[in-house]
Structure formats: C-alpha cells, structure tokens
Design a protein around this ligand. Structure first.
Ligand code: GTP
Ligand code: SPV
Ligand code: MN
Length: 648
C-alpha cells in the first residue's frame, strides 16, 4: 500500500487516507497544477497508448483520446441523488438510501486502484479567493481526468494554500473501476464496461461526490455537473443563491452600452455556440464569460451577479466550424484535449460539419480507418468510395456525436477577462445580469423569442422548458422531446418543486425586485415541413439579442399575446442579412406567430409534467402538508391563466 502524503489541512489528509486504505493504489501523487507536470502526465499517457500526440506545429500541446464504446457520454440512468429522504431527491432523480449506497459502492471501490496511481486534485470552482468560489478535492485513478481537470478548473498548490489548515472543500472520489493485476497491461481507456457497474452519486447532505466506473466528461470531471450543478444547487438553495446550467456573455451595443446575459439551454442545444458567437449585426460586440455553468448571487442592489465557476470549455466537437463558431475553433488551437474525434494522416483532427474537407483517409473515433465520401468531400465513411446516401443510411459517423474538445478558457479570442475573473467595477463579485434566456430544441410550436410578463411568468417559462434529447447523454430517446425544466433535469441536486420555489423566492427576497433580470424563452431550432431550419441561428442570433436589449431599454413595443410578449416583425433587425444562411422573411413571420393549437397541447403537456412531479409527494408518507414538495401555486396559476387566455 502507498503511504498517505502529509497535508497541512487535516480534513484533506483524512479524505485521502480513507480512500488510500479502501482503494489500495500503488502510488499517490498530489497534483501541483504546474505546466511541466501537466505535460509530463500527457507524455506518460502517450507512452502508454492512452493519448495520441497531435501534430505539434499545427496544434501545440494538443492530444487525442479515444474512449471505450460504453463510455461516451453522461449516464443519467446511473446518476443518483442520495439524500436521507427520498422525497428530498424529488421526482426527477434516481435515489437510494445514502447508507445503502455507500455500502454498495464501497464494495466496488475495494482495491479498485490496484496497479494504478491515485491522484489527488485540489481544485477551485471560480477564481481563487473570490467570495462566490468553492473548493474541491477530487481523488482519481485516471490521468485523463487529471489533465482535463487542469484545463476545466483551477488546480494545484494554490488551492491547498488557500484552504489553509482548516478550509472547507467538497470531497470527491472517482475511480475508473478497472484495477490491474500484477504485470497486467493497461488498456487505452480503462472503465467498468457494463453500464450497471457505473455510479455517479451525489450525497447532498454530506456534500460528497462518489463516482465509479466511467472516465468520460460530466461522469468523471467531478467539478462540473456533480459539484458545480448538483451539489452547488443544494448549497445555493440553503444559502440563497443559484447554481444554473447557463452560459454567461457580455454584449456591447454600437452605443457602447454593456449588457450581461445568461442562457440555460439543455445539453448540446447551443450554449457554447451562443457564448462565443460572432454577431452578424454590424457594430455589436459579444464576449464570453462562461459556456456551461453560472453561479448567481443576489447583490445588495437587488441585481443578480454571476460568475463562471469553470476555467475551460468541454465543448461538443461536431458542428463546430469557422462558419458556426470560429471562436471555439480558435480556442482549440493549443493546449487542448480532443476526445473521440477523427485523427488525420498529418496528425490533426477532423469531425463532421467542421467546414473542412475530410482527409482521403483517417482513423475514426473507434480507432478504425475511415475514408472520404465519394460524392461529398465533407463526409467520411467506414469503407472507401461510399456515397453520401450510403453513409447516411448506415448511420455511421467518423467522430462520435458527443465527441468533445477540452480547451482552456484563456485561449478564447473573445474572452471577457474581467468578467471571467469575476470582477465588476474592479470588485470580486461577478457581473450583474440584465437578461436570462431559457431555450431548447423545438422543431415546432415554440416561437423564436418570447418575453416573460413578470419574474413569476419567467420562472413558469423555465419550468415548462422542453427539448429534444441529444447525444450528450446515453439514451434510447435521442430526438424525442422531453420536459427539461431550466435545462436542469439531469442536474437538480434536490426536489424539483423546491427548486421552482427557490426561483420564486429570489424575487421575494431581492433587495429590489425591479432590478432582477428580464426573462426570455428562445428557440433557434424551428423546422419547416421539409425539415430545414427556419432560422439561420449562430451569428444571426445577435438579431434576437438586440431586440432583448431594446426591450430592456424600453425602446420597442411588443406584441402582447397569451403566451408572452413577442417581437413585432419590423423590430427584428435584418441588416447584413447576407451569406450562406440568411433570414427568410416568410419564415421569420411564421416563427413570430402564436400557434394556438400547438400551444394548447404544449400547456397540457406542461400540466401533465407538474402532475407527475406532484404525484411523488402525494404518495410519500413523510410529506404531511398538502403543499410541500409540490409545484408552487404561483406556477399553477400562470398555467391556468395561459390556458384560459388560449381558450378565448
Ligand atoms: P453542452 O456542452 O452539452 O452543455 O452543450 P451546449 O449547450 O454548449 O451546445 P453547443 O453550443 O455545443 O451546440 C450543440 C449543437 O447545436 C452543435 O452541433 C451546434 O452546431 C448546434 N447549434 C448551436 N447553436 C445553434 C443554432 O443557433 N442553430 C442551429 N441550427 N444549431 C445550433
Ligand atoms: C452536458 O452534457 O451538459 C455537458 C457535457 O456539458 S458533460 O460535462 O459530459 O456533462
Ligand atoms: Mn452542459
């Protein structure tokens, strides 16, 4: 057994010592967070065949990893919120008694790091020292996790120093669940291959995270969804702030007025793209603060102040191109880890819809050869000479649909450095938010943009959000619309009804509720009968952001409808409507209309989701009150009001 290293902080020592005894690694390494250490781990992985070093002239400091086929995305079916009481996890989460779960998982952890190195990663969620920042210690046996955490969070000595002798942190344990026997050769992507052997477990009362069996993304980089959303949402509820699945951006108008906007869209529904978007509208400037997670705290002035707790982008690769998101591509130029994309013969990377011609031959995400398509130079197939139609029919993609890049935020050419460092007027607080957007992938019914009539109406809009399931999760329901309130369905750390109530409380407890952000619902994904997108999206979304700013300033009137305030068609600025994808005026007209029949069905579906949430509380014998753990009355009231207005 390895000797537990010394730590100035007793709680850190106790956490590491406990898991050293359970997991029995060969060796323990405390991550220092230096560049040299990062490079040395990457190079060690290259030697072991777990990383491919990319062409260092084209992509300095960049590597490629290929995961096991069972380990390509988050596993919602194996994700648990283990509160003491089942009702506190609520109707949207998988639950198990925390003591039962711990016993069960301890069996898996026993000896799980044999033949491996245990890494101890001290990390910060947020700029070190910022009052909103929180800290974590992740123990892991995955060097892939270490180097990804180095990019996604602030890691190393500085964190331990900040924690001092008795600073608090969220204790996290992670193992890929693949111990090595003496002399056994490691594989390229160790993990527990059976889905049922994987566990992603949050203990909200102990504030601990236990993850086992997966090495991929949000399952394994525990600072991200497990901490910054699931555990943090519970902390936020208890302490009066918010942890949300939101991007944060800074928008500057031609008149040089700055706005800060957050947006909650479900996984793979456009956060990274909006966060780094190049506005098509002349004179408007957009800068990035965060692309996935926002922590919002109410200020003394009644405004909500946001920070991005992360330090990098774990972005969806396919679809990222110089046309759609040049700033994301530029962020991947150096120091980036690519997972499950195509390797080209010159040691570069490629993916579908990168806007770059495919190489004649490459290696696909499974490590098999792939070949340029016979009649489309922008596609690849599993055999030479295949046509576009044949490839499409086979369902083959050369880069996995949830292949990702892990890129340092500092690479982003449009990073708002001051906002990213959590500064507002040079004080470490976060930036004040002017507008909150909700959204999702909705081929029908939901208009391009819809303004809430009040905070409560905005909370209703968020609670009613739905979206097509994407490849960001391992699921047999990809493409089907599911309810995804506030884009948080997979990330609630507690009961969804309490979460809705918490949103409503933000208005009641605000020092000045008139200063709260205005709330909007957007949909970039409306489709025509022929399956084409009716809105060009990406840079054209700046047209919608401009309308939102004008509404904030009271500069334009709106079409007041039963579902909310929609733009008048003339108020969507169509200047510079040029290029490959354009706004088609007839389509714009259609996506600014209220589809009354569609909305009646929509409202019924939302009502059904509320009923489903309430049913759990009704069945739970520990819930004595008739209103506790139920969807708040104020939201039911809006549902009834909208429904009545639509019936007129
Ligand atoms: P997570 O990292 O999983 O939370 O995803 P995300 O919300 O950051 O999604 P991302 O921005 O990576 O977008 C995912 C997919 O949506 C990509 O394939 C994009 O090309 C596509 N997409 C993003 N924005 C738009 C848009 O405005 N219109 C259309 N049609 N597609 C978009
Ligand atoms: C998401 O699925 O929302 C992601 C990717 O951002 S992961 O980190 O894997 O959760
Ligand atoms: Mn996400």
């Amino acid at each position: 057994m390895a000797k537990t290293p010394k730590f100035a902080n007793d709680k850190v020592f106790a956490w590491v010592d406990k898991w050293n005894k359970v997991c029995t690694p060969d060796k323990i390494v405390v991550v220092k967070g230096t560049k040299a250490e990062h490079t040395a781990i990457c190079e060690m992985m290259v030697k072991k065949g777990q990383f491919i070093k990319l062409n260092q002239t084209k992509r300095p400091g960049c590597y490629l990893a290929r995961s096991h086929e069972s380990d390509v995305a988050r596993v919602e079916g194996r994700t648990f919120i283990c509160s003491k009481k089942e009702i506190d996890a609520g109707p949207t989460n998988h639950w198990m008694d925390p003591e039962v779960m711990k016993k069960l998982m301890l069996k898996s952890y026993k000896g799980c790091m044999k033949g491996r190195t245990m890494y101890v990663i001290p990390y910060a969620m947020g700029p070190i020292g910022n009052p909103i920042t929180q800290y974590g210690i992740e123990i892991t046996d995955s060097p892939y996790v270490v180097v990804n955490m180095n990019i996604m969070t602030r890691t190393g000595d500085a964190v331990l120093k900040h924690l001092g002798k008795d600073g608090d942190f969220i204790p996290c344990i992670h193992s890929v669940g693949a111990p090595l026997k003496k002399g056994q050769k490691d594989v390229a992507w160790p993990c527990a291959k059976k889905i049922d052997d994987k566990f992603i477990t949050q203990f909200p009362e102990d504030r601990q995270i236990w993850s086992f069996g997966s090495g991929y993304g949000g399952n394994a980089l525990l600072g991200k969804k497990c901490f910054a959303l699931r555990i943090a949402s519970k902390l936020a509820k208890d302490q009066g702030w918010m942890a949300e699945h939101m991007l944060i951006l800074t928008l500057t108008s031609p008149q040089k007025k700055q706005y800060h906007v957050t947006a909650a869209f479900p996984s793979a529904c456009g956060k990274t793209n909006l966060a780094m978007m190049l506005p098509k509208l002349p004179g408007w400037k957009l800068q990035t603060i965060g692309d996935d997670i926002a922590w919002l705290k109410p200020g003394d002035d009644g405004r909500l102040y946001a920070i991005n707790p992360e330090n990098g982008f774990f972005g969806v690769a396919p679809g990222t191109s110089m046309d759609s998101n040049p700033n994301a591509l530029k962020s991947c130029k150096k120091g980036t880890i690519f997972t499950n994309v195509v390797l080209t013969p010159d040691g570069d990377i490629w993916w579908e819809d990168m806007g770059v011609k495919a190489p004649k031959e490459g290696i696909d995400w499974k490590g098999n050869p792939c070949y340029v398509c016979a009649d489309d130079p922008y596609r690849m197939g599993p055999k030479p000479g295949m046509t576009k139609a044949e490839i499409k029919a086979s369902g083959y993609v050369a880069a996995h649909k949830n292949s990702r890049f892990t890129a340092p935020a500092e690479n982003c050419p449009v990073l708002d450095k001051s906002g990213f460092n959590g500064l507002w007027n040079k004080k470490p607080t976060g930036v004040p938010i002017d507008a909150i957007l909700f959204g999702g992938r909705r081929p029908s019914t939901i208009p391009l943009v819809n303004e809430a009539k009040s905070w409560t109406h905005g909370v209703f809009m968020g609670s009613a959000a739905g979206s097509e399931v994407t490849a960001a999760v391992i699921s047999d329901q990809i493409g089907q619309v599911r309810r995804d309130p506030m884009a948080m369905l997979p990330f609630f750390g507690y009961n969804v009804a309490d979460y809705f109530q918490h949103w409503l409380e933000m208005e009641r407890t605000s020092a000045d509720a008139t200063k709260l952000p205005k709330i909007y619902f957007v949909n970039w994904f409306r489709k025509g009968d022929d399956g084409r997108f009716m809105w060009p999206g990406f840079g054209d979304n700046s047209r919608v952001l401009k309308w939102i700013c004008q509404r904030i300033e009271g500069q334009v009137k709106a079409n007041v409808t039963p579902i909310g305030n929609l733009p008048l068609e003339k108020d969507i600025d169509l200047s510079n409507n040029v290029g490959k994808f354009k706004v088609v005026p007839a389509d714009l007209k259609a996506i600014l209309k209220v589809d009354k029949e569609g909305w009646k069905k929509e409202i019924a579906t939302v009502g059904a989701s509320y009923d489903e949430y309430d049913a759990k509380a009704s069945k739970d014998t520990t819930v004595r009150s008739k209103t506790a753990k139920r969807v708040p009355k104020a939201l039911r009231q809006i549902l009834a009001d909208v429904s009545a207005a639509l019936a007129k």
